[in-house]
Write a protein that binds this ligand. Sequence first.
Ligand code: DOR
Ligand code: ZN
Length: 450
Amino acid sequence: MTGNLLVQNTMMALPNGIVEGDLRVVNGTIHTVAPNGGLVPKDGEFVIDATGLHLLPGAIDPHVHFRDPGNPEKEDLESGSRAAASGGITSFLDMPNTVPNATNRMELESKIGLASEKAVTHHGFFIGATSNNVADLQSIEGMDGVCGIKIFMGSSTGDLLVHEQEHLENIFANTGGIIATHAEDENRLQNRIPQFEHRTDIAAHAECRDVECALLATKRASALAKDYDHRLHIVHLTSGSEADWLASNKGDLITTEVCTQHLTFDQDDVEKLGVRALMNPPIRYTEDRDTLWKRLKDGTIDCVVTDHAPHTLQAKSVGYPKAPAGMPGVETSLPLMLTHAMDGKCSVSDVVRWMCAGPAKVYGMENKGSLIEGYDGDLTLVDLETRRTITDDDVWTKVGWTPYAGMELTGLPMWTIVDGVPVHRRTQNGSFRGEPLARPGQTGRVLRFS
Ligand code: DOR
Ligand code: ZN
């Protein structure tokens, strides 16, 4: 479904800066960007007076773990995409560690089918690599809705893992498209986990899954990309060492990302939040967080993502080290980054570069991520003037909590629009969660990747 829509009197985040004006979407496509405004409503057009609001391209979260199929009680494609829409995310890319794992064409087709019935936003999916599924990886090359191959080089949630050199080489040598790696070195991990078994304090997590673990795997994946001339995207950088190393070794084949939580939290937050802040790779130290910001700003890091990993608080309640790793975040990432912008850490245009244009470029999503005539009418209108304190009760994710509970956020999306159709709305004095406007499957399409 596509829409005709006119946004008037808004501050538009255009590729070359923020300017006041109007923007018109015709049949789901951005038709006119009018920096001086003056566009007059037409018959049948949905008109939004966006005085006081900023208009951004719909954000893209290229790293979420919805739990559909397998654990829809934690997150299904409907709740996940609703959460995304409420946070101004109009496209998501979902990881393959669902149940069953998405490791072949049939599972991918099934996930794409589910999304077409349940999602309200655009959607794409990774295929998971195993030590013996190269033929499956080849079978989905160029398939609509499949954004790339995910390799867990170190174990995390689920049982997807490829760490032996011959298997990694086989995948890099015999597949196309983009490989996304979770870069932690499995051998080092397996050597260290027993040494930390006696520790129940959460600080042990970052000591055990240490920087060396991440750096070893990041270097190894980069070498494979260069040896086999293969596009590589290294997911969630967590350490200053990896970011500094990539700054001089990235080349043209490699892109990378950072999670909002690694830009926001450090060891003191981990201490305070406990198992809520437990994730792989870990939240590290103040110096790592500072370097990740520096390397994001200098362009080494291409985009900001969430690694939205919905685990229940009940599952987490067993405490460290048994608690599952991961935290929800798809609905808070854009407001959180805009809050950082309003607090002076970066600019609103930086956030657009990192959360809209950046992911579109990394994954070759044509006509997305910028307010340009001819691009898709995926938009979000955010309020940068109001601040509200978020609590666990304010979220759409089925797991019902947020690591950012208690934080004052600005930049809440007042409208989220997919192909010119409003899918989520908030009002100035309404609930924090706002209200959904589209029915499951009514909006959003399967994404294409070039
Ligand atoms: O903390 C994490 N949680 N890291 C991952 O790699 C996976 C994720 C999940 O799916 O729970
Ligand atoms: Zn992940």
